[in-house]
Design a protein around this ligand. Sequence first.
Ligand code: UT7
Length: 418
Amino acid sequence: MASPIEFFSRNGAGPKGVPRSPRYAQIVGWGMAVPDRVLTNHDLALMVDTSDEWIRTRTGIAERRISSGPKETTSVLAVRAAREALRVADVPASALDLIICATSTGDYIMPPTACLVQDALGASKAGAFDLGAACSGFVYALSMARGAILAGDADYVLVIGAETISRLINWNDRQTCILFGDGAGAVLLAASPEPGGVLATTLGADGSGGELLWVPAGGSAHPSSHETLANGLHNLRMDGKAVFRFATRVMAEATREVAAKAGWSLEQIDLVVPHQANQRILQSSVVNQLKIPESKVVSNLERYGNTSAASIPIALCEAIEQGRVRPQQNLVLVGFGGGLTWGAVAVRWCAPVTPHPTRWWKTAQRQVGYQAASLRSWWRRSVRRVYTFALGPADEATPRGRLRISVDRWRERRFGKR
Ligand code: UT7
């Protein structure tokens, strides 16, 4: 029996049997944002029984960024990274078809953080959703974005990895509090006829290991209660050793697999951008097992720690800034995390890495666009509030209720049934 792909390719891949022209998902913009507040190993040594020396030698981390206060949320960092990615690509937010935000620490359980980003950008024709695959989330999101582009469903997809994982940390647990930090990174994917971009992906999961890295409460299994709070069940819990063993195995496997899918040998990989969890994991998986030289592995753990879904895009942005990414290079982005999940994408880099200088009027135009987006958002919220509170429930018995019924009828005539 023919596989679905064989069947459809025999019978014409495009609509009405017209073969589709080849489409590729190219990375055309990138941006990152981290909080200003720095928490060093020395600061942590004042909080728990640890030392700068222990943390450096066991993890490679020297400091991490921590979001300050309730105003610096995941969506705030995500919006900063997203705006930068749009600026680099010189693409307006109005062109976006889809926004995917990979996060485990969204601003709310509902609405999705991606919708808050959509609103702040004024991306009026974009769909938006969050993707939960823990630290592998960015790789998963890239894979979904590529699929949407290759299927012809989207031309521009904004992919974000954003976290304020510090909000889940038990600051008395020395095993976890030393590892994590906050931040966001974003890339803009665009449909292109030029061969290259995200060429291959591989994703994996093993739900039997869910309890190796998890937050027990806050979901439908253990909704928030006095008991869950008292028992610290809203904090991140981790079996560090087990995660370490799993990570070293899957990082190497996923890199091998995605390179094979892209048709590359391991020697043909120019740069690996791995999830930044522990320097020893990078060393033992990518360098020792795959024999990829350390000079080809991006690491910025020392300054940011593990920023979960944000770590790969942040590392990618820094590699670009440092001139380590050049056109026609082969990149592998590889991650692992809670779930358990893992994944890798193979990217043939095509975008120019010295972005054209931004003209002042373009910057001004963008700023005006974002101000207009926030004004529009405010206006819509206000209208809804007035509508809900001032008019009250539809009820023939009260004057407010009758007014509501007349307004509803008028809206139906004007805008149709909704
Ligand atoms: O995105 C995925 C996120 N998670 C990960 O990637 C985690 C992967 N795992 C790891 O990175 C490592 O397992 C850790 C960094 C968490 C721990 O390193 P380790 O080398 O596996 O340490 P260990 O758990 O074997 O502990 C060794 C010793 C223990 O003391 P004893 O029993 O030998 O006396 C720990 O109690 O180190 C102790 N220890 C610490 N000492 C000082 C554990 N944490 C600390 C600490 N400071 N922060």
